[in-house]
Design a protein around this ligand. Sequence first.
Ligand SMILES: [Zn+2]
Length: 476
Amino acid sequence: MSLSRSVGALFAASALCALAATAGAAPTASLVPPPADQALGRALLKELIEIDTQHDKGSTVAANAVAARLRAAGFADADIAVLAPADHPTKGNVVVRLRGQGKAKPILYICHLDVVNARREDWTTDPFKLVEKDGWFYGRGTIDMKSQDAATLESVIRLKREGFKPKGDIIVAFTADEEAGGDANGVNWLVKTHRDLVDAALVINPDGGEAGVKHGKKLYLGVQTSEKIYVTYGLEITDKGGHSSRPTPANPIFHLSAALARLGAYRFPVHLTDTSKLYFAGRAKLESGQVAADMLSMASGQPDPAAVERLSANTETNIDFRTTCTATEISGGHAESALPQRAKATIQCRVIPGEPLDGIKAQLIQVLADPAIKVTDVYPGDASPESPPAPKLLKTIEAVKNSMWPEPVLLPIMSAGATDSAFTRLGGMPSYGVDASWDDLDDGRAHGQDERIGVQVFDEEVEFTYRLMKALASGQ
Ligand SMILES: [Zn+2]
C-alpha cells in the first residue's frame, strides 16, 4: 500500500504562503540519473507495469522478468533465487544479493510486485500499459509500487556495474501478494521459511515511504518506523425474542446500540511513542500559530490537555497519538414483527505499537459496559513493534534527501495502515519505509483510477534510491 494520509489537510493558508515564497526552483538536471541509468529505470518501469500482477494473475512472471534482468546485469545464478510456496506457484518471489565485504550485516530491501486490481473501463488509459502523457507516467503500480521496484532494481544493477562493494551484503526481495488478502504474502513467507536468504540488520521498505507535496511544493519526506496494529473484534448479544407487540428491556438491538454509542464517545488514552514525538516536532515546522504550538506541546511528551483536545478534534492528528476502535459492521433481527434474537457488530481497532493487545480488549469490554455482550477475537492482530527512530540512520537519510531537496523536512512516521514491514519487524528486523515518489497529498491515486507518477519525479526517485542505497551500505 502507499500511505497518502492527507497529512496536509491541516496546513494553514499562511504557512503555505510562507512556504511558497521559498519554493519554485525547477528540478535540475543533476537530480536525474546519468542517461544510461535513466533509460534503464524507465525500461524497467515499462516492463513491470506491462506485466499484469493483479491478485489472480500472481507475480511469478514478474519475478522471472526481474531475475532475467539481474542475470543480464552480471549477477551470478547463486546470488539470485526465484521461489514460490509449493501450494501457490503463481505467487513467485525473487531475492538477489549484491555481495559485500563482510564487514557489516546485510541490508534488506523489500518490494512487492503485485498491484491492486484495475479495470480497463474505469481508466482513461490501459492500466497495464505505461503511457506517458503531459509529463506523467500512467499505469497501475506507478505509485504503488512498481516505480519503487524499478528504482530499486535499477540501483542494485547500477551499483553492481560500478563495482561498488558494500560493507555488508545488499539483499533485495521482490515479493508476492502484499495487496489483496495476502494468502501467499512473500515477505511473511520468506521471513518464516527462508530466513537465511533475507536475514538482515536493517530493512528498507520503499512501499512504506511517503513524500508529501501540496500545491506543487515538496513538504516532507516521511520515514515510516512503525505502523498501527489492526485488531478486529466481534460483538454479539442474543435473547429469546418474542412478539414485537410486547417489547422487553432485553432487546439485543437496544443493548448493542447503547453500548456502541458509549464506544463512539470514548477516547483511548494519549500514547506518544518516540516516533510520534519526533513526528510532531517535524510537523510543527510546517504549521503556524496555534496548530504549531499544539504540535510542539505533543512533541514534548507532556502535552497540554487543551492541545490534546484541539488535535483530537482533527481526524488526521487524532490517529497519531492514540489507539482507535470503531464500528465497521452491524446486523440484527430476523423479522419485521419479531423481537430480535440476535444483534452483532464488528469493531476494528488500530493499536499504537507497544500497547498490549489483551489490554485493548479489556478496555473495550469496560467501555461497552454490558456483560450481556460477548466479545470475540475476529482477527487477533500481530503485535509488530516500533523500529527505533535511530538518530544515525535518520541523519543518513536526511543527508541524502538534502543532497537533492534541502527544503522539505524529514518526518518520522507511524502509519495508520499496514505494510509488509510488519512481518520483518515481527521477525526482529528493524524496518523503515522510505522513498521519494513525491505525490500530491490532495490527489493520491494509489489503488485508484488513472494512477500516475510525474516523469521527472520518477527519474529523481531512481537517483534518490541509488544514492540512499549506496549511503546506507557504505555507512553501517
Ligand atoms: Zn504497496
